[in-house]
Design a protein around this ligand. Structure first.
Ligand SMILES: C[S@@+](CC[C@H](N)C(=O)[O-])C[C@H]1O[C@@H](n2cnc3c(N)ncnc32)[C@H](O)[C@@H]1O
Length: 898
C-alpha cells in the first residue's frame, strides 16, 4: 500500500470495519420467557423483581392500586420492536407504503404459530403520518414463518441503508412536543447516542425540497466524548450540513457572547464585518431545547432487566441536582418564546416532577409549564404527580424539615413537592459531626425495602401545576416508562434585587462548615467569597438583567453547584432501545483533572481583562480536538466550483470548513449550513468557548493520483446528496443494467457497458471524480440523491470507471434495487450473489491496479484509495484516537438491541 504505513492501514481498516459493520439492531433480544427458562435450569442472570422498587413505587402510588399487578407484569415482559421511517417527505411516505403493501398487509391477523397468535404489525397511532411502527415476534415465530423472516431481513436492510431507525417508542415522543420548525436553532443538551437528535434533524429538513438548504441548526451536545462519536456516526446518515456536535457538560454549555468589545470581522473577507448580527454580539440563543437528561433509567426495565438487580432510590436522589442544573442552563440559553422539553426515562418523582417544580421556582416566572393535553391526542399519558415522598436510605420523608442533618447534602428541599426549605436555625449543626460522606449509598437499601421507617405526616402537595407533566406508563400502550414536561419561556430572567445568599446556599455552606470541621474540606460548596462574587456580578444589573449577562452568571453558578452534586453513577443514562449496553457504561470518561480543566476553560472570561480573549484563543485547541477553520484558499475553492460546475445556489464561501490550519495538509472538507457557519463565527468571537467535535457534513476528500487533474478533491458519499442538485458538470446517467453492473463490479471498462451512449459520455468527462446517476421514481429514489434518483460518486480513469464507495455500501444499494424490482425474492439471494461476485472479483490479487486508472484498490479494505494518502485528523479528531474511539463506540452499538 505504498506510502501508507502498517499503522495507517490498520487504522483505516478499523474505521472501515466500523463503517461497514453497522450494528445489527435487528438481532432479537432474548425473550423474558427464555430468561425464566434459564433460571429454572439454575442460571439466572436477571431476576425480574426488586422488593425495594416495588415498595418504593407502591408507596408513591405511581398507579392506582387496582392497576399495580398489570403495571408490574408489563415491566417484566420484553419490549416489542419499534422503528421509525426516517425523513418526513415524499420518500418516507413511499417507503412506508411499500413496506405496508409488500410485507405488513400480507401478514394476516390471527395466524397461530407454535400455539401463539402472531401479532399484526401496527403503526403507532400517535406518531405523525404513520411513520413509526410496532412489531412483536419471537425468534421461533420468525423461524417458522417465511413472511416474518422476510420482514425481518427487509427491516435489517432498511436500517443499514438508513431509511429506518430502530428506536424505543417512548423515546420518539419528546422531539414531537418540541414543535421544531425548519428555521429553528435547536440544542440537544444530552444527545448521545442520538436517536432524538436524528428526529430533530429530520424536522429541520422537513418540507425542504431536494436541492434546497435548510436555515435551521441542531447542536447535539454530550459530555462523554466517546458517546459524541456515537452521535456523529448516528447523525451522519442524515447527510445534514445543519448539525454540529459539541462536547460539554451541559450545565456549562457556553453562551458564546462576544467578549471582545470590538466587532471587526474574523475573516479576511471585508464584507463580513457589516454582516455581524446583534445575535453574534449578544450570544447564542435557541428556539428549541431538548433536555433528555441522564437519569436512573428505571423506565427502561423492559429492555435492560439488569436494572431490577441494581435498583435503589439513592441513584435518583444523586442525580436530582445535576438534572436541575442542566435544565436551568437550558432555560438560560432559550429564547423568549422558545420551547424546552425536559425528559427522563425514570419513573421516580425526584428526577421528574421535583425537577420540574424546581425549574419553575428557580426561573422566577421566566418559564411556564405548558398544558399539552391537546397535542398528540392519540398518545395515552397520565398526569404528573403532585404529591410524593422522598426516600433516603431507610427513611421515608414527607418534607424537607424531616431531613436528617447528616444527610443534608444527599437530600435537598427541591426534592419535595413544595420545594420549601427549612430554617437554618431549626438545624442544630454541631461541629465534630462524624457521619459518612453524603454520597455513600449502601446495599442495605435493597434488603431493607419493607422495613423503612414511616413518616407519620402525609406527603406535601405541590401548589405548582405539575399535573401538566406527562407520565408514560408501560401498561398503557405496551411501551417503556417515560416522563416529559414541556416549558415555554415567557420572559427573561428577573434580576435579584439585592445581594442575598440563597437559603439553600446558606444551608449548604453551614453544612459544609460543619463537615470542614470534620476534615471533609470543601465537600459541598465553594468558599462564601465565590458565592459573593457571583451575586455581586448579578447585582450589577438593572432591574431586569440582560440575558447575556445572566448566561455568564449561570455558567459560574453552575460550577459552584456542580461541586455539591453527589458522585452517584446512574443505573442507566440511556432511555433508548438502541442503547441497552449503555446502561452499564460509566457516565463520563474525563478524569477529575480534565473535568477541572474543561470547567476552567468554559468559565466566563472577565471582559475587563484585555488579555482574556487572546488567552482563550491561544488555548483554542481543546484537548484532542482540532479547531475549526473556514476554507479560504481561493485556488481550491475555484477549482471545486469549476470542476463540478457548482451553481450559485450552493454558497461555498464561509460554508466550507477544514480542521487543519495548514490548507496543504487538509484532507477533508466539510460543508456547513448558514446557521452553523454563523455559530462557528460566534464561537471565534467568544474566544472559542465551544468545543466542536464535528461540524456539518463531509463533502470533499483529497484524492491523490498519478495523472494530473484539475481538482484534487473528490466528492464524499455523505456530501453527494447535498451537492448533486447544485452540480452541472461531471454527471452521467446510467441505465439500470449498467448501474447494476457498476455496483457489482466496482471497476468497469467503458467497453463493458451495454449502453454505448453512456460509455461515450463517460469518455468525454474530465479525468477525476464524477457522479453516475440512475434516475428513478418511487422509494428507491431515496437511496441516495433524492429526486435525482440513485447516485454514486465514481472515479473516471482513462479506460474505465470505478465506484468510490465501500463494498458494504455497494451491496446495500444493490440489494435495495433488487428489493424495489422484486420484493418477493429480494434480498437474500441477491445479497449472496453480489457478495459472492465481489468476493470473487477481489480475492486473488493483493492490489488490483487498473492499467487505465490511477487508483489502487485493496481487496481487504475494498474501498478505492489513493496510494499515498496520509492519515489526517478526521473531522478534528487525531486519527489513531478517533479510530480507537470509533471502534469502541462500535463495540457499544454492537450490543444495541441485543
Ligand atoms: C438519556 S441519555 C440521552 C439519550 C439521547 N437523548 C438519545 O435520544 O439518544 C443521557 C446522555 O447524557 C449524557 N450526559 C451525562 N451527563 C451529562 C452532562 N453533565 N452534560 C451533558 N451530557 C451528559 C450521557 O453521556 C448520555 O449520553
Amino acid at each position: 500500500m505504498g506510502g501508507r504505513g502498517r499503522g495507517g492501514k490498520r487504522n483505516r481498516t478499523q474505521r472501515r470495519d466500523f463503517k461497514d459493520g453497522r450494528p445489527n439492531e435487528w438481532k432479537r433480544s432474548r425473550p423474558a420467557s427464555e430468561h425464566h427458562a434459564n433460571s429454572e435450569q439454575g442460571w439466572n442472570p436477571f431476576v425480574m423483581e426488586s422488593p425495594a422498587f416495588e415498595a418504593f413505587y407502591k408507596k408513591q402510588k405511581i398507579v392506582p392500586e387496582e392497576e399495580w399487578e398489570t403495571f408490574i407484569a408489563t415491566l417484566r415482559k420484553p419490549l416489542a420492536t419499534t422503528f421509525r421511517i426516517n425523513g418526513s417527505g415524499q420518500f418516507a411516505h413511499e417507503i412506508r407504503d411499500q413496506m405496508q403493501r409488500d410485507f405488513f398487509d400480507q401478514l394476516k391477523s390471527g395466524v397461530e404459530v407454535d400455539g401463539g397468535v402472531v401479532e399484526p404489525v401496527r403503526a403507532l397511532a400517535w406518531y405523525p403520518d404513520n411513520l413509526a411502527w410496532h412489531l412483536n415476534y419471537s425468534r421461533m415465530q420468525i423461524r417458522k414463518m417465511p413472511i416474518l423472516e422476510r420482514i425481518h431481513e427487509f427491516l435489517k436492510l432498511e436500517n443499514e441503508i438508513g431509511s429506518i431507525t430502530r428506536q424505543e417508542a417512548v423515546s420518539m415522543i419528546p422531539p414531537l412536543f418540541l414543535d421544531v420548525q425548519p428555521h429553528h436553532k435547536v440544542l440537544d443538551m444530552c444527545a448521545a447516542p442520538g436517536s432524538k437528535t436524528f428526529q430533530l434533524l429530520e424536522m429541520i429538513h422537513r418540507d425542504v425540497k431536494p436541492g434546497e438548504l435548510s436555515d435551521g441548526m441542531v447542536i447535539a451536545n454530550d459530555s462523554d466524548v466517546q458517546r459524541c462519536h456515537l452521535l456523529i456516526h448516528q447523525t451522519k446518515r442524515m447527510c445534514s450540513p445543519n448539525i454540529m456536535v459539541t462536547n460539554h457538560d451541559a450545565q456549562l454549555f457556553p453562551g458564546l457572547k462576544d467578549r471582545s468589545g470590538h466587532f471587526e470581522a474574523v475573516s479576511a473577507d471585508a464584507s463580513v464585518e457589516a454582516e455581524i448580527s446583534e445575535e453574534e454580539i449578544n450570544g447564542l440563543y435557541f428556539d428549541r431545547i431538548l433536555c433528555d437528561v441522564p437519569c436512573s433509567g428505571d423506565g427502561t426495565l423492559r429492555k435492560a432487566p439488569d436494572i431490577w438487580r441494581k435498583w435503589n432510590c439513592g441513584v435518583a436522589n444523586g442525580l436530582h441536582r445535576l438534572q436541575i442544573q442542566i435544565a436551568m442552563r437550558g432555560v438560560a440559553l432559550l429564547k423568549t418564546g422558545g420551547r424546552l422539553v425536559y425528559s427522563t426515562c425514570s419513573l421516580n418523582p425526584v428526577e421528574d416532577e421535583a425537577v420540574v417544580g424546581e425549574i419553575l421556582r428557580e426561573s422566577r416566572g421566566s418559564v411556564e409549564l405548558l398544558d399539552v393535553s391537546s397535542e398528540l391526542p392519540e398518545l395515552k399519558r397520565r398526569p404528573g404527580l403532585t404529591s410524593w415522598l422522598v426516600r433516603d436510605r431507610k427513611r421515608w420523608l414527607s418534607s424537607a424539615s424531616k431531613i436528617d442533618r447528616h444527610r443534608a447534602g444527599a437530600v435537598v428541599p427541591s426534592m419535595f413537592p413544595s420545594g420549601n426549605g427549612w430554617d437554618l436555625s431549626d438545624i442544630e449543626l454541631s461541629t465534630g459531626v462524624s457521619s459518612p460522606p453524603a454520597d455513600v449509598e449502601d446495599d442495605a437499601e435493597k434488603q431493607e425495602a419493607e422495613e423503612a421507617e414511616d413518616d407519620e405526616d402525609p406527603p406535601e402537595v405541590a401548589t405548582l401545576p405539575l399535573e401538566r407533566c406527562m407520565r408514560l406508563l408501560p401498561h398503557d400502550q405496551d411501551t417503556g416508562g417515560f416522563f416529559i414536561a414541556v416549558f415555554r419561556k415567557i420572559a427573561p430572567f428577573k434580576a435579584i434585587p439585592k445581594i442575598k445568599e440563597s437559603h439553600k446556599s446558606r444551608l449548604l455552606r453551614a453544612v459544609n462548615e460543619t463537615l470542614t470541621a470534620d476534615g471533609e474540606k470543601g465537600l459541598l460548596v465553594p468558599a462564601p467569597s465565590d458565592l459573593e462574587t457571583t451575586i455581586v456580578n448579578m447585582n450589577d444589573a438593572d432591574d431586569v438583567l440582560p440575558e447575556a449577562n445572566l448566561l455568564d452568571v449561570q455558567a459560574e453558578d453552575t460550577i459552584e453547584v456542580e461541586n455539591a452534586v453527589e458522585a452517584v453513577e446512574p443505573v442507566s443514562d440511556n432511555a433508548e432501545a438502541e442503547g441497552t449496553k449503555e446502561a452499564e457504561e460509566p457516565m463520563t470518561v474525563n478524569s477529575p483533572k480534565e473535568d477541572e480543566q474543561q470547567k476552567l476553560e468554559a468559565t466566563v472570561l472577565d471582559p475587563k481583562d484585555p488579555n482574556a480573549i487572546g488567552r482563550v484563543q491561544r488555548q483554542g485547541r481543546w484537548k484532542g480536538v482540532d479547531p475549526v477553520f473556514f476554507l479560504e484558499d481561493e485556488k481550491i475553492i475555484s477549482s471545486l466550483i469549476d470542476f463540478y460546475g457548482i451553481k450559485e445556489t450552493f454558497p461555498v464561501h464561509q460554508h466550507l470548513v477544514i480542521r487543519s490550519e495548514d490548507v496543504t495538509r487538509c484532507k477533508r472538507i466539510y460543508y456547513v449550513s448558514a446557521t452553523v457557519s454563523n455559530a462557528i463565527k460566534m464561537n471565534y468571537r467568544s474566544g472559542e468557548q465551544m468545543k466542536i467535535t464535528s461540524a456539518g457534513l463531509k463533502i470533499f476528500e483529497r484524492q491523490q493520483m498519478k495523472e494530473p487533474t484539475s481538482c484534487i478533491f473528490r466528492i464524499a458519499s455523505e456530501g453527494l446528496p447535498v451537492l448533486l442538485p447544485h452540480m452541472t458538470k461531471q454527471i452521467v446517467t446510467a441505465t439500470r443494467e449498467d448501474f447494476r453492473l457498476l455496483l457489482a463490479e466496482k471497476i468497469v471498462q467503458f467497453s463493458a457497458f451495454s449502453d454505448p451512449t453512456f460509455a461515450d459520455v463517460l469518455r468525454e468527462l474530465k479525468h477525476g471524480c464524477c457522479v453516475v446517476t440512475l434516475p428513478t421514481e418511487g422509494p428507491d429514489a431515496a437511496i441516495n440523491g433524492g429526486s435525482m434518483g440513485i447516485a454514486v460518486a465514481c472515479w473516471k480513469g482513462r479506460n474505465n470507471v470505478s465506484i468510490l464507495i465501500t463494498k458494504a455500501e455497494a451491496n446495500q444499494m444493490h440489494q435495495r434495487l433488487s428489493f424495489v424490482d422484486d420484493p418477493v425474492s429480494g434480498p437474500q439471494e441477491t445479497a449472496g450473489a453480489i457478495g459472492g461476485e465481489l468476493a470473487t472479483t477481489l480475492s486473488n490479487d493483493a492490489t488490483i491496479t487498473d492499467a487505465g486508472s490511477d487508483l489502487k484498490r485493496s481487496p481487504k479494505d475494498d474501498q478505492v484509495v489513493a496510494d499515498s494518502i496520509v492519515e489526517e485528523p478526521q473531522n478534528g479528531i487525531i486519527p489513531s484516537k478517533a479510530d480507537q474511539l470509533v471502534a469502541e463506540a462500535h463495540e457499544q452499538t454492537g450490543h444495541l438491541g441485543e
